[in-house]
Design a binder for this molecule. Structure first.
Ligand SMILES: [Ca+2]
Ligand SMILES: [Ca+2]
Length: 260
């Protein structure tokens, strides 16, 4: 079992390397150890031979570490329409999870957690939603970090993600605003071959949570009843014709995919 887990963990190039190391190490070992290592090496080589295209084997339970850099470019220069005083972003909040759960999606109704994040920058309810999904096995971890006290600016945080829960959802309130936010939903940190991606850069569009009817950054509280669906505001005032508000850059910190 350990062997299979390790094979899946490393992929083809590491298998070859491990087999090679164990084969070469036999001269330094006792006779018994030598036999074990020769067998280990042969089993690993057999895995290589039998693997179609010598591709990676999905493993279960592998945990790797990523950092995410939130680089906010939002400024009066990039978004002159209705630009508010005190532009900032609330603390990052989200989680890692599998495809059995979605915390927000364009065209769907916002959860209480998304509503409170988008309207007042509160993390509490969304944290509770992710935690509840951890309890049911749908989520792996809560991601919670700082915000950007004055945009433009940046903030970085690290988090762990499992190969059984390789999707990331992460959001931050555009502030001040009625219920506008930026973020990603169901972003898979592994590619279609199941390999952890070294770097993923996501442009951050503005979204409306559909839970407050204010139309300007500094509109007063105006709860939307019944709530609207979550919409992309790229083509709506005050974001029409503007660039994204920034980027999330996800970088793999654990060197699991490095050759050798
Ligand atoms: Ca709204
Ligand atoms: Ca509301």
């Amino acid at each position: 079992m350990v062997l299979q887990g390790f094979v899946g963990y490393t992929g083809c190039q590491r298998i070859v390397r491990l087999a090679s190391v164990n084969w070469n190490s036999r001269e330094k070992r006792s006779g018994f150890q030598m036999k074990i290592y020769i067998k280990l090496g042969l089993v690993l080589l057999l895995n290589v031979i039998l693997l179609p295209g010598c591709g990676p084997i999905p493993a279960t339970g592998e945990v790797v570490e990523y950092e995410v850099v939130f680089e906010a470019t939002w400024s009066e220069a990039t978004h002159p329409q209705d630009f508010p005083p005190g532009p900032h972003f609330s603390g990052l909040i989200g989680g890692t999870h599998n495809a059995d759960v979605t915390f927000w999606q364009e065209g769907e109704l916002a959860s209480l957690g998304i509503e409170q994040m988008a309207e007042v920058g509160s993390k509490t309810s969304l944290t509770n939603e992710v935690t509840a999904s951890i309890d049911t096995g749908e989520a792996f971890s809560v991601i919670s970090g700082g915000g950007i006290s004055s945009s433009p600016g940046s903030v970085t945080l690290t988090f762990q993600v499992s190969d059984t829960h390789s999707l990331v959802t992460l959001v931050s309130m555009i502030a001040p605003s009625p219920d506008w936010f930026v973020g990603v939903s169901n972003l898979d940190l592994r590619n279609t071959d199941g390999i952890w991606q070294g770097e993923v850069v996501v442009d951050l569009d503005p979204y409306d949570a559909g839970t407050d009817s204010g139309t300007t950054f500094t509109s007063g509280n105006a709860d939307t009843q019944p709530p609207d669906l979550i919409t992309n505001l790229n083509d709506s005032f005050p974001f029409m014709g503007t660039s994204p508000l920034g980027t999330f850059t996800f970088r793999l910190l654990t060197p699991t995919t490095a050759p050798g």
